[in-house]
Ligand binder design. Structure first.
Ligand code: GAL
Length: 370
């Protein structure tokens, strides 16, 4: 995996230069079958507006990379389905009707979208599955190792629960959306670490429709009622937006000594909660690596730069409908208080001044963030 990541980093640095005019000026390049130049349209479909990662990171990063790779000549048609699978199918159908050149798809419902993916393929439009593995004849896939995300969350949760963790300790499980294949993988990874070490009673384990934070808050209240407020050793939350509401529910129930709560996405407010000890951890998924790879895959595919494309997709995954899908899986890291500086700050995701606003000054100083 590390070897692949280095290779990608190297190609990121050299390819824009190599691509600069060479292909168009001379018509000769390393490409097998150049089809289009820089004047292309890339359709980008994102799943929801609840999670800030799409608006703040994925879309702007991939848009900038597409511009860089096409000498600012490509158009990006960005649509967000606001958690509604049928809306996404309509948005994608419109892109097919508009004859976009390639589609980057982060699906609301990976199964339900398969028919539209098939239509895109019939229309000769490659579909790159982004972050979530859409079913149907996708061209390629870029994401993270999602089972590993779940393992990292659970391992860090156990660490947060301390050295005396016991099989009778109760952990509430607030998982993600049942239509998101990632959510299932996060859960599988997490359970592989938690099983046999703590108790995850099935009546306090929830799959949360649409990753809706309000629903996650209600599920937590229900779990507290079932277990009793003094009987919660930890909360597995699959992402940060849900963790925010989970923590509100724990506090509303009168729990002052909060149990460790996990998250994912490195949302800014989650980083701040981690600083003040309300949330134990999040998972930082390097968005630039994922979004830039998607942009490169899209542009190289349309331009017929097969060698560069293959270099980006050295992994292979299977979906329920397709086998050996060319893929790139990017590495992730756990973020606890002591890791904020080396992860999201080092990667330029947040400036210290964004994190350390007035309310967080003291915590920042204590954590050595200056
Ligand atoms: C997952 C994604 C997470 C999180 C979640 C909610 O598929 O991998 O990073 O954003 O969806 O949108």
């Amino acid at each position: 995996m590390r070897r692949i990541a280095m290779f990608v980093a190297a190609s990121t640095m050299t390819l824009p230069l190599a691509g600069c005019g060479v292909l168009n000026a001379t018509g000769s390049s390393t490409t097998a079958s150049p089809t289009k130049g820089n004047d292309i349209t890339v359709g980008v479909l994102m799943p929801d507006k609840i999670n800030t990662r799409y608006k703040n990171f994925d879309v702007p990063i991939m848009t900038a990379k597409i511009a860089e790779l096409t000498n600012k000549q490509a158009r990006v048609d960005y649509q967000n389905a606001a958690s509604v699978a049928s809306t996404q199918a309509e948005q994608m159908q419109k892109m097919i009707d508009d004859k976009v050149d390639v589609i980057i798809l982060d699906s609301v419902d990976s199964h339900a979208i398969a028919g539209t993916v098939k239509k895109a393929k019939s229309a000769g439009i490659p579909v790159i599955a982004y972050d979530r593995l859409a079913e149907g004849p996708i061209d390629s896939y870029v994401s993270f190792d999602n089972e590993l995300v779940g393992e990292v969350q659970a391992r860090t949760l156990l660490e947060g629960m301390g050295p005396n963790v016991d099989t009778s300790d109760k952990v509430i499980m607030i998982n993600g959306s049942p239509t998101d294949p990632n959510a299932k993988q996060f859960k599988t990874g997490a359970m592989s670490e938690l099983s046999g070490k703590v108790d995850t009673p099935s009546d306090v384990s929830f799959d949360t429709k649409d990753w809706d934070p309000k629903t996650a808050g209600k599920e937590t209240t229900e779990a507290i009622d079932k277990l009793g407020k003094g009987n919660i050793a930890g909360v597995y939350s699959a992402n940060d937006a849900m963790a925010g509401e989970i923590i509100k529910s724990l506090k509303a129930a009168g729990i002052t000594d909060l149990p460790p709560v996990t998250g994912q996405d490195a949302d800014l407010d989650a980083i701040q909660r981690i600083l003040v000890g309300q949330q134990y951890m999040t998972v930082y998924k390097p968005y630039p690596a994922e979004a830039e790879a998607a942009a490169q895959m899209a542009v190289y595919r349309v331009q017929g730069k097969d060698i560069q494309f293959d270099a980006l997709t050295q992994d292979q995954v299977d979906s329920p409908t397709n086998k050996n899908i060319p893929s790139q899986l990017v590495q992730v890291s756990a973020v606890t208080k002591s890791k904020i500086k080396d992860t999201v700050v080092a990667d330029g995701i947040y400036k210290i001044s964004q994190i350390c606003t007035a309310d967080y000054q003291a915590a920042c100083t204590a954590a050595g963030l200056k």
